[in-house]
Design a protein around this ligand. Structure first.
Ligand code: NAD
Length: 322
């Protein structure tokens, strides 16, 4: 499906958006990327046209979607757990505006299909109270009780997508991402997520040395490498499946075990200190992939050890560390 098409990627200056754009461009599409800012972590050319725009404004959404066949809507004001637990009103305000105007603009500009990036943060807190939790299935989303405002906003927009499909016939695909990680993503500044933060801390630590971990380190998550994620996004967009679906990994791991993996890349002997007052999010989270395997025939293929190695040595290169 995605060859010689005109495609808009919003949030195209961000982590997932830039990787997705690169694959779409290499497949022979015209790729317009729209973003409010550019990190420029990706050095190779990954777009055909670059549009700097604040997508909280409807006129910019209309301009960005004009003349496009397909839209991948990834723009969001977001960050890791430290950021999304700290910032509530701005996250809800900005993201509701971006997504509402994008949905409306897709209808007005007769976009053939829109992708929306939801999150594992929509799942209810009561299903995630232990480190060893039951992996989350799509049907577990309700009764709703997301952990933070970012999760509530994602859940609201999932419903907004459903409303636009029902009333206006807009074709929408929705993925619930579970901790996507990889190189060329935010790794410092306060918006980074745990894999990048841990890789950065270990990279800067002396050997032997000490690193500080948020929480007791026994909290669990699962992590999906960017290349697997991009493959899943494209497969979902090409499919007939119309409801929200998990894209993630079902290998749950504690933060402490992830630190062991990263420290092992250069055999660093690290003493850990734990900041028990830092943001930690839910106690445990893992993805159930039964549905996505059945519907798309997709599953993650890249081992966490291999993916983290890429992130670790990319950060070292970015920081000029030997
Ligand atoms: P990212 O922060 O790297 O990318 C998001 C991009 O949106 C940024 O480049 C940012 O500048 C842009 N943006 C923010 N406000 C904007 C505005 N007003 N106008 C235009 N652009 C704006 O994040 P990411 O990790 O690439 O995430 C992409 C999408 O996937 C987001 O919707 C995010 O909520 C969702 N998601 C990501 C993860 C993950 O693990 N990375 C997990 C769940 C969901």
């Amino acid at each position: 499906m995605f060859r010689n098409k005109k495609i808009l990627v919003t949030g195209g200056g961000g982590f997932i958006g830039s990787h997705l754009s690169k694959v779409l461009l290499n497949n022979g599409n015209f790729v317009r990327v729209a973003d409010i800012k550019w990190d420029d972590y990706m050095k190779e050319k990954y777009y055909s046209e670059k549009m700097t725009a604040d997508l909280r404004e409807k006129k910019n959404c209309i301009k960005a979607t004009k003349g496009m066949d397909f839209v991948f809507n990834l723009a969001a004001n977001m960050g890791g757990i430290g950021f999304i637990e700290e910032v509530a009103a701005e996250v809800m305000h900005d993201n509701v505006l971006i997504n509402t105007h994008m949905l409306q603009s897709c209808v007005e500009n007769k976009i053939k299909r829109m992708f929306y990036s939801s999150s594992a943060c929509i799942y209810p807190t009561y299903k995630q109270t232990k480190s060893s939790i039951v992996p989350l299935k799509e049907e577990h989303a309700y009764p709703a009780d997301p952990d933070n405002f970012y999760g509530w906003e994602k859940l609201f927009v999932e419903k907004e997508c459903e409303a636009y499909q029902r009333d206006y016939g807009l074709c929408v695909r929705v993925a619930r991402f579970h901790n996507i990680y990889g190189p060329e993503g935010t790794y410092k500044g306060g918006r980074e997520k745990s894999p990048a933060a841990i890789c950065r801390k270990v990279a800067f630590a002396k050997n032997p040395g000490t690193i500080n971990i948020w929480g007791d380190g026994k909290q669990t998550r699962s992590y999906c490498y960017i290349d697997d994620c991009v493959r899943g996004i494209i497969m979902l967009m090409e499919s007939k499946y119309e409801k929200p679906i998990n894209i993630g990994s079902d290998r749950g791991i504690s933060i402490n075990d992830m630190v062991d993996i990263v420290a092992g890349f250069e055999n660093k002997k690290l003493k850990r200190t734990h900041d028990l007052s830092a943001a930690q999010g839910v106690r445990g989270r893992n993805a159930d992939l039964t549905l996505v395997k059945k519907v798309l025939g997709w599953k993650p293929e890249i081992r966490l050890e291999d993916g983290l190695r890429n992130v670790y040595f990319w950060i070292k290169k970015m920081e000029g560390l030997r």
